[in-house]
Design a protein around this ligand. Sequence first.
Ligand code: GRF
Length: 203
Amino acid sequence: LRIAILASGRGSNFAALLAARERGELPVEFVLVASDKADAPVLQLAQSAGVPTIVLDPREYADRRAYDFALFDCLAASKPDLLVLAGFMRIIDGDAMKPWAGRMINIHPSLLPKYRGLHTHRRALKAGDVEHGASVHYVTAELDGGPVIAQTTLSIEAGDNENTLAARLLPLEHQLLPAVVALIASGRLALGEQGVIFDDAPI
Ligand code: GRF
């Protein structure tokens, strides 16, 4: 499975994918890391791992649509089977992403459908939730609204704040994302008309 990553920042989820591949748990090839931020640490990470990188600066495009079509053109040139959004902090144009329906996933730090968008830890705390987590979902035109594939959960403890919650959740994200990618690589997961299709049959 050929994978292209879209990321804007730190890249710890990409690092977790690289580590899983190192351990022989992910039969995949990382063909490109694309970013909207020239100084994103994820780019260094890719370079040290020998993964090609590309930066597209949104300020150089007329509007979101122009940017997104250019971005997906670049991505397509690397012939990925799957696009993984790992901390890509941009909303993507619905038309631009159409050709990638069912071939693009995102990791989001909430128990979707709760808390789409930003500041998920803060919002979970403010709501008095006893449980929080992260979700991996297929990307559709609706922000953080595509069909959920898998989730990881943790309890919110008395005294938790945004930082403690984020710090406890991150290692769980680092297990969840490689696990979902492994499932996709095994060919047992797909997006159908009615949502996620999971084929439990041995491969
Ligand atoms: C993660 O919390 C992920 O759930 C969210 O953005 C963050 C990315 O972190 N979409 P990193 O860049 O992978 O370290």
